[in-house]
Design a protein around this ligand. Structure first.
Ligand code: IPM
Ligand code: MG
Length: 374
C-alpha cells in the first residue's frame, strides 16, 4: 500500500492544467502516494447546487491531505443565475468551497511564503522573502452575516448605543451586516505559528498587522495576544503595524519585513500584495493547515480566459506541492523541488507568458522535473 493517500482536487479552469504539472513533478520525485480524485467546483454547483458535495468531504476524510487547483468563485446572485433551471429557486446558495474546506476541517493556519527567486524577471526587488501567516477560520470569513438584518439580531445589538442609529436611519430590510468575530484562542494560535516558524528558520522579526486604532476590540485582542505570545520568544522582535500603513511599507521597503501575521481578511489582502512583490500569482503558493489535515493550493484563481490553453505558470502550484512535501515530512524531496524551481527561474530559458515569454505550462513542469536529479 502506498505511504500516502492524497486527495486530488483540480477544480475549475486552469486548475486542471497546473495540477497536471504538479503530478509530473510528484511522479518524477517518485513520491510513494496514491491520488484520489474528488469532485469540487463550478460544474457541481451548476448541476447539483453544491460546489463541494458531501461525497468529496467524506473522501477527504480518508486521506492524509489534499492538493487543490483552482476554483471559480462568484457573488451569490451571479452564481444563482448559472444553476441548472430545475435547481433554480430551490434555495441553493453559493458558498466558496475553499472557504468551506477551511471551516469543515478547521484549517486554522494559512501559510503563504512569498520569496523572490533570483532571476525572476517579475521580482519587484531581489532578496524579498516574506512569510504571511493568515488566520484562516475566523474574522470576516466566519460566515456570520445578515441581509436583511433580522429583528432579533438588531434588538440584541441595541445594547450598544451606536447600533440604534442604523435602525433609526434605515428599515432593517435595507441593512446588511458582516461580522468580524475573533477569539483569543484563534489569535494566539496564529501568532504562535508565526513565532515558531520564525524561530525554526532564524527569521529576523514577526510583524503583527491589524487596525487596533479603529477596530479597537478585535484589533486590540489581536495585538494584546501577540504581545503575550511574543514573551515566549524573547530573541525575536515583535513589530506592530496597521494594515493600511503596512501596505505602503511593503511597497516602499519590502526587505524590512520577514514574517507577517494577520487575521483572516487582512491576511487575504496582504498576501496578494506580498505575492505581487515576488512575481505575482504565478508564484504564490499556500498551505491551509490544521492540526490533522491540510490543503495545499496556489492562491491564483481558475483564470477562465486561459482554460484549455496550457498557458499559465504552474510554479505556484508546484511550490504548493513543495509545501505539501514539507508538511508530510518529506523534507529531502521538498528541498530538491525548491532547488529545481530556483534553478529553472535563474537560468531563464523556460518562461511562461507572465514572465514575458511563451513557454507552456507543460514546458515549465518538464523543465523543473528535469532539474530534480532523481
Ligand atoms: C484566497 C482567495 C479566497 C479567499 C477566495 C477565492 C474565497 O482570495 O485564498 O486568498 O478570499 O480566501
Ligand atoms: Mg485572496
Amino acid at each position: 500500500m502506498p505511504k500516502y493517500r492524497i486527495a486530488w482536487l483540480p477544480g475549475d479552469g486552469v486548475g486542471k492544467d497546473v495540477m497536471q504539472a504538479a503530478r509530473l513533478i510528484l511522479d518524477t520525485l517518485k513520491l510513494d502516494a496514491e491520488y484520489i480524485p474528488g469532485d469540487i467546483g463550478w460544474e457541481f454547483w451548476m448541476h447539483e447546487g453544491d460546489p463541494l458535495p458531501q461525497r468529496t468531504i467524506d473522501m477527504l476524510k480518508t486521506t492524509d491531505c489534499a492538493l487543490f487547483g483552482a476554483i471559480t468563485s462568484k457573488p451569490k446572485e451571479e452564481a444563482a443565475k448559472e444553476l441548472d433551471p430545475e435547481l433554480a429557486d430551490k434555495g441553493f446558495v453559493y458558498f466558496s468551497p475553499i472557504v468551506r474546506l477551511r471551516q469543515e476541517f478547521n484549517l486554522h493556519t494559512n501559510l503563504r511564503p512569498c520569496k523572490a527567486y533570483p532571476g525572476n524577471p517579475l521580482n519587484y526587488k531581489e532578496g524579498i522573502d516574506i512569510a504571511v501567516f493568515r488566520e484562516n477560520t475566523e474574522g470576516m470569513y466566519g460566515g456570520v452575516e445578515f441581509f436583511p438584518l433580522p429583528q432579533s439580531v438588531y434588538d440584541a445589538l441595541c445594547i450598544h448605543p451606536k447600533m440604534k442609529k442604523f435602525g433609526d436611519k434605515s428599515p432593517l430590510s435595507e441593512i446588511a451586516m458582516s461580522t468580524r468575530i475573533m477569539t483569543k484562542k484563534g489569535c494566539a494560535s496564529i501568532v504562535t505559528q508565526a513565532f515558531e516558524f520564525a524561530r525554526k528558520f532564524n527569521r529576523r522579526s514577526v510583524t503583527v498587522v491589524d487596525k487596533p486604532n479603529v477596530l479597537r476590540e478585535t484589533g486590540g485582542l489581536m495585538i494584546r495576544t501577540a504581545r503575550e505570545v511574543a514573551e515566549n520568544y524573547p530573541e525575536i522582535p515583535l513589530w506592530e503595524t496597521n494594515i493600511d500603513a503596512q501596505c505602503m511599507w511593503l511597497v516602499k521597503n519590502p526587505h524590512d519585513y520577514d514574517v507577517l501575521v494577520c487575521e483572516n481578511m487582512f491576511g487575504d489582502i496582504i498576501s496578494d500584495l506580498s505575492a505581487q512583490l515576488v512575481g505575482g500569482l504565478g508564484f504564490a503558493c499556500a498551505g491551509n493547515i490544521g492540526d490533522e489535515y491540510a490543503v495545499f493550493e496556489p492562491t491564483h484563481g481558475s483564470a477562465p480566459k486561459y482554460v484549455g490553453m496550457n498557458k499559465v505558470n504552474p510554479i505556484a502550484m508546484i511550490l504548493s506541492a513543495k509545501m505539501m512535501l514539507d508538511w508530510l515530512g518529506e523534507t529531502d524531496m521538498a528541498v530538491k523541488l525548491e532547488n529545481a524551481v530556483a534553478a529553472v527561474i535563474e537560468e531563464g530559458e523556460v518562461r511562461t507568458y507572465d514572465m514575458g515569454a511563451s513557454n507552456t505550462t507543460t514546458d515549465m513542469a518538464e523543465a523543473v522535473a528535469g532539474k530534480l536529479n532523481v
